[in-house]
Design a protein around this ligand. Structure first.
Ligand code: SF4
Length: 452
């Protein structure tokens, strides 16, 4: 019989509150003015800049870097934000090592890229700290009203661009705060000093955007009602349901969704009070699994194992994120699938079956092993909650849209993680929202002229 393990307690029982506060400090401290100018000078201003092609929002990177070098920080921030209004979050949370910095030609000559992410943060933080007028103006009032479902990166990006184009946007958010995954789903050390909320406040500075929190589609909000009341509807609701793991014992105490754990850490005023196991097993292979594993360790867990059903190369977490986890003492175990949680009410171990590829398919073998733990975090992905989306075409768990982000319902558009547009990244969601707003604007203009 499995031994009962009851080691979950606030991280502060193992590490001092000061140590935990330090562990949750800024992962990438900002550049000083001198450091920024020196690094900006490393950019050779490529004509056909591969860094721009690698950025889902197409920020004019050589231009904003050149503006930093010449001391024009306001202009630099405007260059960034005109393409990506959430350039501040993306500078902190984007996997730049596989996007812009991965493509930077200076990798080949100097062995390390221009620090594009940190330079972007340098310029945007400067503009936000300066305050004053919002850098973008609204076009002449169109009189059109748009409904936006979800105040995450896609929804807020849509609302901001729609506002620039002269429309009014009402954003309906199920949670108590706007920001979506920027607020609730990223490791706390990536978004210190309440940055997600400061960015939302900055974005709202354009005017014409109203956010209503505590409004959830299918609960106190109906798609049909929004379609009648507004000129168009944009769904940027993300993937809100944790993918289920079907294994005996999954309901034991100590087994929880990794995003829920990350969310609790983000909300906690005193992180030393967040309960964490002594021996933690994290199941999954993406950045959420890494964020959960590293944070468990930084809260005071003694042993953290991250277990993935395939190999290291197939993990969606980037090599940099994997390296961060390793350097924090997280141990990786690959080619293992969870088959059961054992214990007596509370989890005491997770049983895994070894996996392997056979004819290109993943198969579970008879070879099993158990990892003792008092906490198991499940990070196997999120799913679309389809209950409130009746009438919308959905394929392979994502809302179907055409090239203009139009769903199968006239006047209803969608973007972000709930559609299959590219990588499940904040930066992609921002681009979806921006493009969808431009497409909606064009469609409404045609409708007004009576040509559609
Ligand atoms: Fe500058 Fe690197 Fe982009 Fe070239 S690829 S423009 S060097 S940041």
């Amino acid at each position: 019989m499995a031994t009962k393990r009851i080691n979950i307690s606030g991280g502060g029982d193992r590490l001092s509150a000061a140590a935990i506060a330090e562990n949750f400090g800024d992962l990438h401290p900002p550049l000083s003015v001198a450091q920024a100018v020196v690094d900006a000078a490393r950019c050779i201003y490529c004509y056909d800049a591969p860094c721009v092609a690698a950025c889902p929002t197409g920020i004019n990177i050589p231009t904003f870097i050149h503006q930093i070098r010449s001391g024009n920080l306001d202009g630099s921030a405007r260059t960034i934000l005109s393409a990506n209004i959430m350039g501040g979050t993306c500078a902190r949370a984007c996997p730049t090592e596989v996007l812009c910095e991965g493509a930077c030609v200076v990798n080949h000559t100097e062995g390390a890229p221009v620090k594009i992410g940190l330079l972007q943060r340098h310029a945007v933080d400067h503009l936000m700290a300066k305050g004053g007028e919002h850098p973008f103006k609204r076009a002449q009032e169109s009189g059109l009203r748009l409904a936006v479902i979800g105040a995450g990166p896609a929804g807020l990006s849509f609302a901001h661009r729609a506002s620039m184009l002269g429309h009014k946007a009402t954003v309906f958010e199920r949670d108590e705060k706007p920001g979506g995954l920027n607020e609730y789903g990223l490791a706390a050390y990536k978004m210190v000093d309440d940055f997600a909320q400061r960015e939302v406040a900055f974005l709202l500075g354009i005017g014409g955007i109203d956010i209503k929190t505590g409004k959830a589609l299918g609960e106190n909000l109906a798609l049909d009602d929004l379609r009648k009341e507004y000129d168009a509807v944009f769904i940027g609701a993300g993937l809100t349901r944790p993918a289920r793991l079907y294994a005996p014992g999954v309901k034991f105490k100590g087994v929880r969704d990794a995003l829920d754990f990350i969310n609790e850490i983000r909300r906690a005023r005193d992180k030393s009070k967040v309960a964490v196991g002594r021996d933690v097993v994290v199941i999954g292979g993406g950045n959420t699994a890494i964020d959960a594993a590293v944070q468990a360790k930084r809260l005071g867990a003694e042993n953290v194992a991250l277990v993935y059903r395939r190999g290291q190369e197939q993990m969606s977490a980037t090599a940099w994120e994997q390296g961060l986890a390793s350097s924090n003492g997280v141990v990786f175990r690959h080619w293992s699938a969870p088959i059961a949680f054992t214990g007596e009410g509370a989890v005491a171990s997770v049983e895994f079956a070894r996996t392997r590829l056979a004819g290109g398919k993943l198969v579970v073998t008879d070879e099993t092993y158990a990892l003792p733990c008092d906490m198991a975090l499940i990070a196997i992905g999120q799913e679309l909650d389809q209950r409130a989306l009746a009438g919308l075409a959905v394929e392979r768990g994502k809302v179907v849209v055409d090239a203009t982000y139009q769903t199968s319902l006239p006047g209803v558009y969608a973007g972000g993680d709930c559609i299959a547009s590219g990588e499940d990244l904040t930066v992609q969601a921002v681009e979806d929202g921006k493009r969808a707003a431009i497409a909606v604007d064009a469609a409404l203009a045609k409708r007004r002229k009576g040509i559609a």
